[in-house]
Design a protein around this ligand. Structure first.
Ligand code: NAD
Ligand code: GLY
Length: 361
């Protein structure tokens, strides 16, 4: 078992990474995380819960947790206050209190909404993340951003609320649809560009192994990604500054998702296009050379991801100014300087955006 520590002044925690791990969650919770047997509510969706619900339930029961499961239909459309409210009902029905535990079993949708419910029920009860998509394993389960969506915007109702532990079972990726794996890989490319040239080179050299779910390759990229995210979150838990680098590719990516109503592109698919445009902007500003763009383009092409949003540049630019990451009407972009290094820039003008967005990738 590999362990990555998220060292925070209060509420630091471990990310445990292993194979064939779900059946040992009860044991690790008791022995390593020191959670005493208590009432536990597993929140999941019908896909993840249908495949992994029983093994996690049995593991917790064996360690004397009093377990209930609540399961919803999958999909981003569920990440609402209305669904959260049904989870509060389940918390009351199962008599959860501040000594109880919420277990988020699933992808980022389940992780975000379960964390939100844990953060708000009785002003906060403990929760753990059991991420079962690559995106959730390398990104959303780590760092404590919890949220639900609002008709006015995605993730607009939320907070920072850290889990007590994250349990990553690499084997859960074997049932994941290929498109979901690929969308998660876009976030791994992101980590390579922002912080880790070796990780990027590993992706360049071992992409076929990763796509064939070779365990050692998956472990390598999940651990490296979690380590990078942990390092950044430790330095800037509530995104005052540095944590914004995790949004590389997300500025334009979010605009693409928003304009297509979160229906046409998975998050990682939109981020991939966003990373390529951010690189083109950096080239326009003379901050990096073409090779930085070309290497990302090659990886993204190998993943078979679309390079075309089909959207009008004017619409993307208008939407960018509505993003919650725009500060005082000024756009903030994360731009690559080289593979492994990015900077936060507010120097991107509308004129540059027009130029870049009008050129096909
Ligand atoms: P998701 O949770 O919708 O999962 C994708 C699909 O895979 C779903 O249909 C799910 O049921 C299914 N699934 C999950 N695990 C499976 C498995 N092992 N086998 C088979 N099917 C499985 O999507 P996602 O990509 O995991 O997460 C996207 C969400 O994450 C978005 O809401 C996004 O806003 C959020 N997010 C949050 C953060 C954060 O820091 N909190 C970061 C990035 C993304
Ligand atoms: N996914 C970006 C962050 O956690 O800050």
């Amino acid at each position: 078992m590999k362990t990555v520590r998220v060292n925070l002044p209060v509420n630091g925690y471990n990310i445990f990474i292993d194979r064939d791990f779900l059946s040992r969650i009860g044991e690790i919770l008791s022995k390593e995380v020191k959670v005493k047997p208590c009432r536990a509510l597993i929140i999941t969706d019908r896909n993840a819960g249908g495949i992994f619900g029983d093994v996690v339930t049995d593991s917790l029961l064996r360690h004397n947790f009093d377990v209930r499961v609540v399961s919803i239909d999958p999909g981003e459309g569920q990440k609402t206050l209305k669904t959260a409210s049904t989870f509060y009902d389940a918390c009351f029905e199962h008599k959860l209190d501040r000594g109880s535990l919420i277990v988020a079993l699933g992808g980022g949708v389940i992780g975000d909404i379960s964390g939100f419910v844990a953060a708000t029920f009785m002003r906060g009860i403990p929760f753990v993340q059991v991420p079962t998509t690559l995106l959730a394993q390398v990104d959303s389960s780590v760092g404590g951003k919890v949220a639900v969506n609002h008709p006015k915007g995605k993730n607009m109702i939320g907070n920072f609320y850290q889990p007590k532990a994250v349990f990553i079972d690499i084997d859960t990726l074997s049932t994941l649809p290929k498109e979901e794996l690929i969308a998660g890989l876009a976030e791994v490319i992101k980590y390579g560009v922002i912080r880790d040239r070796e990780l990027f080179e590993y992706l360049e050299n071992f992409l076929p192994d990763i796509l064939h779910l070779a365990t050692s390759a998956l472990e390598r990229i999940v651990e490296a990604s979690c380590q990078i995210k942990a390092d950044i979150v430790e330095k800037d838990e509530t995104e005052k500054n540095l944590r914004a680098v995790l949004n590389y590719g997300h500025t334009i990516g979010h605009a693409i998702e928003s304009l297509t109503h979160y229906k046409e592109f998975r998050h990682g698919e939109a981020v991939a296009i966003g990373m390529l445009y951010a690189s083109q902007i950096a080239i326009e500003l003379g901050m990096c050379d073409n090779d930085v763009f070309e290497r990302q383009l090659l990886l993204i092409r190998q993943l078979g991801l679309s390079l075309h949003s089909g959207l009008r540049p004017e619409d993307i630019i208008r939407t960018l100014y509505l993003d919650k990451k725009a500060l005082d009407g000024r756009l903030r972009f994360i731009l690559p300087v080289s593979i492994g290094e990015v900077v936060i820039s507010d120097k991107v003008t509308e004129e540059i955006l027009h130029r870049v967005l009008h050129k096909p990738l």
